[in-house]
Write a protein that binds this ligand. Structure first.
Ligand SMILES: [Fe+2]
Ligand SMILES: [Fe+2]
Length: 359
């Protein structure tokens, strides 16, 4: 989306895939300070995307000439071919299983991690990052388990186990290598911070779901790239989100197929549901995990959009956000809180990224 400041006329671009899923975004022009208001239209809401999905069935002409598959056929083909997707290592699920067992101990988790050298090395690196406050002091997984405790160890295992999965470049979504990983970590830490405030029992789940909420983009990247001209044409029509383009052109979106992937991975339905609804929280208004992850995603997208127009350096407090009011209420968040969550999440990601790059 291109826009310009009505006062100094400087023009800015936010890539379509980076637009927040909110209806409006307002911030001071980084150049002259004049207030810029962007109206992203009704298409910014997931509900609108769902409405468009219905119209896809009646508009088969939107399918590309070289690929006449129905949405259902395309989805089934993707899901039956998940072997091409590096999966979350089984060790991550096993570690979480042990941690949830009240009769188990942290040292058992540490023993398990030590059986996978790649994961163990990453866990150690991140345990020594400034975020976990142990800079250079943790020398073994057993040591990390003792000084950091269960929760932090669980986070580290999840981070270490997903970094390869989320680190690749996405050509269809125009995301450089590491970009999805950084976004996913921001959502994970944003989710964790919001859960800690009022729903501490959801802290671990919020972190894990936040980290893999966009897993659907990994499998849709190729189909999106194959239909690039259709996506470009749709987005050029103006005021559209990439999510509505997915629904219109593919017949389903990355949140929907992300849910299906989680079911195949046997991730509990409560967690998979938060992935399914992360762009349309109003469809699951009574679900706290959905509210947390969708809000964290909005905050992360806004942070990315603002850093692109150079605003993030000039302070985030002055930014006014228009987000889903019911979600704000449910999470007991005020406008100022969003800036606080954003800053804390970005800070956590920066500190960890200094120690580990996805591989
Ligand atoms: Fe998403
Ligand atoms: Fe996202």
């Amino acid at each position: 989306m291109n826009f310009s400041c009505s006062s100094c006329h400087k023009t800015y671009t936010i890539p379509d895939g980076k637009l927040p899923s909110t209806k409006k975004l307002a911030f001071p022009c980084p150049d002259c300070g004049h207030r810029i208001e962007l109206n992203l239209g009704d298409n910014a809401s997931g509900d609108a995307a769902t409405a468009e999905k219905t119209s896809v069935a009646a508009a088969p002409t939107s399918a590309p000439a070289d690929d006449q598959q129905t949405a259902e056929e395309l989805k089934n083909r993707i899901l039956s071919n998940l072997s091409g997707l590096p999966s979350i290592p089984q060790i991550v699920f096993k570690a979480h299983e042990i941690m949830e067992d009240p009769n188990s101990s942290t040292s058992k988790v540490a023993e398990l991690i030590e059986t996978d050298q790649a994961i163990a090395a990453k866990v150690l690196k991140m345990a020594n990052s400034a975020y976990y406050g142990m800079s250079g002091k943790v020398s073994s997984i057993q040591h990390a388990a003792v000084v950091l405790g269960d929760k932090a160890l669980g986070e580290l295992i999840t981070l270490a186990g997903t970094s390869s999965l989320l680190g690749n470049k996405l050509y269809g979504y125009a995301m450089d290598s590491g970009e999805l990983w950084r976004h996913s970590m921001t959502v994970a830490f944003g989710s964790k911070i919001m859960a800690q405030r009022h729903m501490p029992q959801l802290e671990n789940d919020a972190f894990s779901v936040g980290l893999i909420h966009d897993v659907g983009k990994l499998v849709l990247d190729r189909p999106v790239l194959n239909r690039k001209s259709l996506f470009d044409e749709f987005m050029a029509a103006g005021d559209k989100t990439f999510l509505s383009a997915e629904n219109r052109i593919l017949g389903f979106d990355h949140a929907e197929i992300g849910y299906d992937i989680c079911r195949q991975w046997q991730i509990p339905d409560t967690l998979a549901k938060a992935i399914l609804y992360h762009h349309r929280p109003s469809a699951a208004a009574d679900d706290d995990l959905v509210s947390i992850v969708s809000m964290a995603d909005t905050i992360a997208n806004m942070a990315a959009a603002m850093s692109m127009v150079g605003h993030i350096q000039s302070g985030i407090d002055a930014v006014m956000y228009m987000v889903d009011d019911t979600v704000m209420e449910r999470l007991a968040l005020g406008e100022k809180d969003l800036g606080v969550v954003m800053e804390a999440a970005l800070d956590a990601v920066e500190k960890i990224m200094l120690e580990i790059a996805p591989s």
